[in-house]
Design a protein around this ligand. Structure first.
Ligand SMILES: [Zn+2]
Length: 226
């Protein structure tokens, strides 16, 4: 294959290049940042690390491109591979985000402790409700899962909880219709501005649980359910 010739060529170029160590450094940094972006728990820092990794990869590619005096094709293949891998990562993150969160949050099915919660959601969407150990009252939907924190279960009464669950169920039902980047943004930022999507989810929640329950839930958790 041509690419092996390119790699040989790159090896030769790097041996004679004065910036070989720089190319290697950029690649090491970008791999380290990418790995870190999977380990970091805070959504905002995770996204920042991921973006930094992208920049480091771009620098690595630019440095490689500069080094390839004999041929420029390897940079092209590297770039293609990079775009492909990034695409798969981003696609995978959206698709398997709930599996990831179940593991990360050590979430358990909410039906185990509050049977009605799962039954209520079953009427609205095909989704599993999970709870996780956190004092901060939070709820969010991802994939086919709804996550609620113990703090949320403690602070809300049944009607308010229904409003929150209906809101999240609406998200599950409409996930496929939510623009891809918006989904990613909602997932990666812990808080976000009220949007058209949130208003639609809220009006669905109000139609199920009542406007009053929704607004008192909103007041109690102050926009931490998305
Ligand atoms: Zn929402």
């Amino acid at each position: 294959m041509i690419i092996f010739g390119e790699i040989n060529c790159l090896g030769f170029c790097l041996e004679t290049s004065s910036i070989a160590h720089l190319v290697a450094l950029f690649f090491v940094i970008s791999i380290a940042l990418l790995a870190a972006s999977f380990i970091i728990k805070r959504p905002k820092q995770r996204l920042q690390t991921f973006v930094s990794a992208q920049v480091a990869v771009l620098l690595a590619i630019a440095a490689t491109f500069y080094t390839m005096k004999c041929s420029e094709m390897l940079s092209f293949y590297l770039y293609l591979a990079y775009v492909g891998i990034t695409g798969i990562l981003i696609f995978g993150v959206v698709r398997f985000y709930d599996r990831l969160m179940i593991k990360r949050l050590d979430a358990k099915p909410a039906g185990n402790i509050m049977e009605w919660v799962q039954k209520f959601v079953n009427q609205l969407a095909s989704a599993t409700v999970y709870y996780y150990d956190s004092a901060a009252p939070r709820a969010f939907a991802a994939g086919r899962s709804i996550f609620v924190s113990i703090g949320l279960l403690e602070v809300l009464d049944d009607d308010e909880l229904k409003a929150v669950l209906a809101h999240e169920a609406w998200h599950i039902r409409n996930n496929s219709r939510t623009p891809y980047l918006k989904q990613l943004a909602i997932m990666t930022f812990s808080s976000h501005k009220s949007s058209e999507i949130e208003e639609l989810a809220d009006s669905f929640a109000a139609s199920i649980a009542g406007r009053e329950a929704l607004s008192s839930a909103r007041n109690k958790v102050d926009k931490v359910f998305i």
